[in-house]
Design a protein around this ligand. Structure first.
Ligand code: HEC
Ligand code: HEC
Length: 375
């Protein structure tokens, strides 16, 4: 009934301005699949401090504290700058040395099963430990981390959550610190966007409010769920299917060599003691460990990267795993003119040059911008 109503009410006048909903029933159904937002969330059963306010407070303090780097010069927030969409605005991250990949933003992490561009980890606390112990990033080892934490102002908060610090081994401390960091990062959820207001209005049959969503964004949405095929991979409330694909970005690295993408990520995952199936998970039922148990590493995984979520995407450029595309126009042009010679693995079956006009490119960019708060 509601749909019929929409089909009949294609056009109406609101507040003097011509406002309309131009989507078909099928397009409306596809728009509805990208919500509701925010999504429901349950604490991470592999992390016993997930969802505890004391852990969020400790995690936030640690996130901003340079004691997590060995030489005391770098905190998580050095690269994941809150005012910068929890990214750094750089092409590729800058640690103690120049890194190979673009810094991921930290929004909506609870929507993911795999973490990092290549899914090196299957949970947020393990992913949070990686930069602390990576010699190219913060450069601690578990013993130097223990020394740094023991003489920090965080001892009391740590002990309230995890027990006596001086009785813990360095490795346990690294895991606990990472679990507090994860508890904080779980709270970084993007707010309601113009797209969400439109989507909710469609769901409620509120044509007046729905008609306030700009026509350019509506036309862009049509392309996104239709001939652009974007929603094949960027699907669901967070605009990602959470899996690994080839989007035609070269995987040769700026310096030398190639970025193995998911292939290398699986090598790291299989070697890690910190998976959902490992001894450091707090979940006796090992919920979610089926994924790491079942996954296989195949030659086709070479050069695949995790599909990024697109919420607040206007704030997180430059784009792609290597930061090679400076803005959203460049991203849409990349898909429009995609170079099939560069494609390998499964992307080829889905992606092909789109042949969009300049106007359509702008419409698709308008849609992507409407996925950002305050636009
Ligand atoms: C030197 C810069 C730098 C520092 C410092 C840094 N990160 Fe990152 N972070 C990155 C880069 C680059 C990536 C993408 C890495 C990849 O996927 O290969 C990333 C990825 C992540 C991810 C994965 C996000 C996702 O969507 O899967 C998380 C979580 C994360 N960092 C948390 C942290 C935490 C917590 C700290 C502090 C303990 C931290 N980072 C410190 C640069 C940094
Ligand atoms: C085959 C799956 C697939 C399809 C189809 C697809 N994407 Fe992507 N998208 C990806 C992957 C994978 C990446 C990351 C690629 C990389 O870094 O190498 C990406 C990256 C992006 C980014 C950059 C996000 C960031 O934070 O860096 C944007 C924006 C984007 N896609 C928009 C689109 C649009 C618009 C379309 C439709 C024209 C589209 N995508 C179609 C898989 C896909």
């Amino acid at each position: 009934m509601r749909r019929l109503f929409f089909a009949l009410c294609l056009m109406f006048v609101a507040g003097g301005a011509l406002a309309q909903v131009i989507l078909s029933d099928d397009e409306i159904a596809l728009a509805l699949a990208h919500g509701p937002w925010p999504s429901e969330w349950r604490p991470d059963s592999s992390n016993r401090v997930s969802g505890l306010s004391k852990a969020v407070t400790l995690g936030e303090a640690l996130f901003h504290d340079p004691i997590l780097s060995r030489d005391g010069t770098m905190s998580c927030a050095t690269c994941h700058v809150p005012e910068n969409g929890f990214s750094d605005g750089l092409t590729r991250g800058q640690g103690r040395v120049a890194l190979d990949r673009n810094t991921l933003s930290l929004w909506n992490l609870t929507q993911h099963r795999w973490f990092g561009w290549s899914g090196d980890t299957d949970n947020l606390w393990a992913q949070s430990m990686t930069p602390i112990l990576n010699p190219r990033e913060m450069g601690h080892d578990t013993e130097s981390l223990k020394v740094a934490l023991s003489s920090s102002p965080h001892v009391e908060a740590y002990e309230a959550l995890f027990g006596r610090l001086d009785q813990h081994e360095g490795q346990t401390i690294a895991v606990n610190v990472s679990k507090a960091l994860a508890a904080f990062q779980e709270t970084l959820v993007t707010g309601v966007t113009p797209f969400d207001s439109f989507r909710l209005a469609l769901e409620n049959g509120d044509v007046v409010t729905a008609g306030l969503y700009p026509l350019a964004a509506q036309r862009g949405l049509r392309i996104f769920v239709g001939k652009g095929r974007c929603a094949v991979c960027h699907f669901g409330p967070a605009f990602t299917n959470g899996e690994f694909h080839d989007a035609g970005v070269p995987y040769f690295m700026a310096g030398a060599g190639v970025d193995q993408g998911r292939f290398g990520g699986l090598t790291a995952l299989f070697a890690s003691p910190y998976t959902l199936d490992g001894a450091f998970s707090d979940d006796p039922d090992r919920t979610g460990a089926w994924a790491v148990r079942g996954v296989q590493r195949l030659p086709n995984d070479f050069g695949l990267f995790r599909v990024p979520g697109l919420r607040n995407v206007a704030l997180t450029g430059p784009y792609m795993h290597d930061g090679s595309l400076p803005d959203l126009h460049a991203v849409v042009r990349h898909y429009n003119e995609i170079d099939l010679e560069r494609m390998h693995a499964d992307g080829e079956a889905i992606l092909r040059p789109l042949g969009l006009s300049d106007g359509e490119v702008n419409d698709l960019v308008s849609f992507l911008e409407s996925l950002t708060e305050g636009r």
